[in-house]
Design a protein around this ligand. Structure first.
Ligand SMILES: Nc1nc2c(ncn2[C@@H]2O[C@H](COP(=O)(O)OP(=O)(O)OP(=O)(O)O)[C@@H](O)[C@H]2O)c(=O)[nH]1
Ligand SMILES: [Zn+2]
Length: 342
């Protein structure tokens, strides 16, 4: 099993002789690593503070019943944005060294441009991986291919229109994945992501959940990312169930709305949120027509969400730091008393 090594080598140089592995599970400070022979073992970072992402290529120092992770090889891509410190990065980045990201959106839900835009803003990284939109459950809508074509023209990304029930569009999606590539699917619970992955992989790799039609909400069973080699399909899947909602950070907002960032320089307050502050240049621009109302509304929606996400992340970060301290206490004995090799 090559686990995507050939593709990796197209991006980064590897010295031959090292014992290589790829991080296959990252769950509450526990790592598993997959070997090129398909074996999976428990793994512990040699530098105990080091953080890894599922998909990382690492060199290993095998012990009797686990592997020590020596060194992480450079990442050519990370899913999501790295913003600030690693703890935050970990929440936002659930995978590394991926080649393609498929953003799944169900056709039976209200398909709003702003939601798709939000995903694209948060997840699109042209220089690192290919991003595509996958419309799911096309069997439930009659004009699905028209919608797909319109979206593709507007978003400037490939748009696949698929159904796991009729297999519509599956072959097209499947053939966009080159041999040895590492791919990841992003989608809210219930969009049919697991069913889609299973038909693409032609194998039951994901447990699918039947959802109540009434609530239209799925259930989440696991939250840790996993590396899943798809043997007959010859590609590698990274499942990232923990990435549930993608937030947009405050800095990202300025990138997404450069015209608003420019106007904001003339607001009276540096931290103007352009809502009801006096002498707000952004609101003035809306009133005199130089800034489209629609852009302003989209900005406000994203700003609100970014503020909510920030509050949520701050809480999670505090929790994570507590957990880290606890983990440190538990593992310190191992590192302190580990005997040098004879
Ligand atoms: N009509 C139709 N229903 C589908 C399709 N794909 C999935 N479903 C249904 O949608 C529901 C959710 O499917 P899953 O594949 O479990 O969805 P998921 O996005 O993986 O959801 P989680 O496992 O909760 O993350 C199930 O009831 C499926 O039967 C499709 O192409 N067409
Ligand atoms: Zn303002």
């Amino acid at each position: 099993m090559e686990l995507g090594l050939n593709t990796y080598q197209q991006h980064e140089q590897i010295d031959g002789e090292k014992t290589l592995g790829r991080i296959s599970l990252n769950s509450a400070d526990m790592y598993k690593v997959m070997h090129l022979d398909g074996r999976e073992s428990n793994a512990i970072p040699k530098k105990r503070t080091e953080q890894f992402l599922v998909g990382d290529w690492v060199t290993l120092d095998p012990q009797i019943d686990f592997d020590l992770i020596n060194e992480r090889l450079p990442r050519y891509s990370t899913l999501g944005r790295i913003t600030g410190e690693e703890y935050r990065a970990e929440q936002k980045c659930a995978a590394s060294n991926i080649d393609q990201l498929f953003i799944c959106i169900s056709l039976n839900k209200n398909l709003t441009d702003s939601r798709i835009n939000r995903y694209l803003y948060a997840l699109k990284k042209d220089d690192e991986y290919q991003t595509s939109v996958v419309l799911t459950k096309s069997d439930l809508t009659s004009d699905s291919s028209k919608i797909a074509a319109q979206l593709a023209a507007k978003l400037q990304v490939p748009v696949f229109c698929t159904s796991s029930v009729t297999s519509d569009g599956i072959e097209k999606l499947r053939s966009s994945i080159l041999p040895g590539q590492t791919v990841s699917f992003y989608g809210n619970s219930g969009v049919g992501k697991s069913s889609l992955i299973n038909v693409v992989a032609q194998k039951e790799v994901m447990a699918t959940s039947d959802i109540s039609a009434k609530t239209d909400k799925g259930r989440h069973t696991t939250t840790s990312s996993r590396l899943i080699p798809i043997e007959n399909g010859d590609f590698v899947l990274i499942d990232t169930p923990g990435v549930k909602s993608i937030g947009v950070g405050a800095n990202d907002l300025a990138q997404v709305f450069p015209e608003i960032a420019e106007l904001a320089k003339n607001c009276r307050f540096n931290d103007c949120r352009h809502l009801d502050e006096p002498d707000c240049a952004v609101k003035e621009a809306v009133q005199n027509g130089t800034l489209a109302q629609k852009t302003y509304d989209q900005f406000l929606a994203l700003q609100k969400e970014s503020e909510l996400t920030q509050g949520y992340l701050d809480k999670k970060l505090a929790k994570k730091l507590n957990q880290k301290a606890e983990f440190k206490k538990q593992t310190i004995n191992y590192h302190r008393y580990r005997k040098p090799p004879m």
